[in-house]
Design a binder for this molecule. Structure first.
Ligand SMILES: Nc1ncnc2c1ncn2[C@@H]1O[C@H](COP(=O)(O)OP(=O)(O)O)[C@@H](O)[C@H]1O
Ligand SMILES: [Mg+2]
Length: 296
């Protein structure tokens, strides 16, 4: 089996784990930085070409595309889709999961619970509307925030307006969101592979931090998910069209609320906390996809 991993950084724990699981199965694995790829869009022979001019061939593709390469990465994935090569994360799923607003809209369309969220006109910051619809403290979040970088806890309407105005001026897209204070600094990360929750953990932020990302120094621990939480997580992943995803939810007074569905979730935290071989589950699923595409 020839597996292509699209990743900007071969040294990352996640990339290394995926390479190892491929090698364990005797696969030929190639890691390519998507930004170094070239595409030939052609009716007869669409190609993906690497930086040495060689056409890239694979039995299946595993995108591990970070936020610095979303749109170019999606173009590369789409090209493999055109070539009918199985890809674990579709270009459409990647694009819609990466934009937090699109993701929230799709989730609400399918009756999945999300925190109340506002998108403010880039032409005018309507303070009355924000006052009417949101209590402070509130969360202000860049649509392309990642690792918690771009998530602001705004403590007053005055501060919320000032931050919003600054983002508008910088032409950054952002949302205002209800602050889920009852579980501030804690969330649940569930890792989904092929319609199953393979691992999950509770993440707790260090003292004084409200963002529970592992990159912000959170610690993970074991958690039992309720049936309702499991249903919400699996449906969220399915709604965004992701077969491998990291779903973040918070326990709130209203029940579980989905924060986001990550299209390229990290493996280090979840594997070290749960001791589950998540990388192995991903590679086995890719193999299964490739086999059914060969047979079908
Ligand atoms: N509405 C909210 N209420 C309380 N905490 C939040 C809220 N939104 C985000 N957070 C905290 O900030 C962290 C990062 O937010 P998230 O939306 O997942 O963005 P990112 O993509 O940067 O991880 C979450 O894991 C959570 O701990
Ligand atoms: Mg997150």
């Amino acid at each position: 089996m020839k597996v292509l991993i699209l990743s900007r950084n071969i040294g990352l724990y996640s990339t290394q784990r995926l390479i190892l699981e491929c090698r364990k199965r005797g696969h030929n694995v190639q890691v390519v930085d998507p930004l170094t790829c070239n595409l030939i869009v052609d009716n007869h022979n669409p190609m993906v070409i690497d930086n040495s001019g060689m056409e890239i061939k694979a039995d299946w593709v595993l995108p591990r595309i970070g936020s610095t390469a979303t749109s170019y990465g999606a173009a590369i994935i789409r090209q493999f889709e055109l070539k009918k090569i199985p890809v674990i994360t579709s270009s459409q799923a990647l694009l819609q999961a990466r934009d937090k607003l699109i993701a929230l809209q799709l989730l609400t369309k399918n009756n999945l619970p999300v925190p109340k969220t506002g998108l403010i006109s880039p032409l005018e910051c309507d303070a009355n509307l924000i006052r009417r619809e949101f209590e402070f403290p509130a969360i202000i979040k860049l649509l392309d925030s990642t690792h918690g970088l771009g998530v602001i806890l705004s403590d007053s309407l005055q501060n919320g307006i000032a931050v919003s105005e600054a983002f508008v001026r910088m032409q950054k897209k952002f949302i205002i969101q209800k602050f889920i204070k009852e579980s501030a600094g804690q969330d649940i990360r569930a890792f989904v592979v092929n319609g199953k929750i393979v691992a999950s953990m509770l993440r707790k932020a260090p003292e004084g931090e409200y963002r529970s990302n592992m990159h912000r120094g959170s610690t993970g621990s074991h958690i039992e998910l309720t049936t309702e939480e499991q249903e919400v997580i699996l449906k969220a992943s399915q709604t965004l069209g992701l077969e491998v995803s990291g779903v973040d939810i918070m326990r709130s007074e209203e029940g579980p609320l989905i924060l986001e569905v990550n299209a390229s979730p990290g493996l280090e935290g979840i594997e070290s906390v749960t001791k589950v071989n998540v990388a192995g589950a991903i590679i086995s699923y890719g193999d299964q996809l490739a086999r059914s595409s060969l047979n079908g």
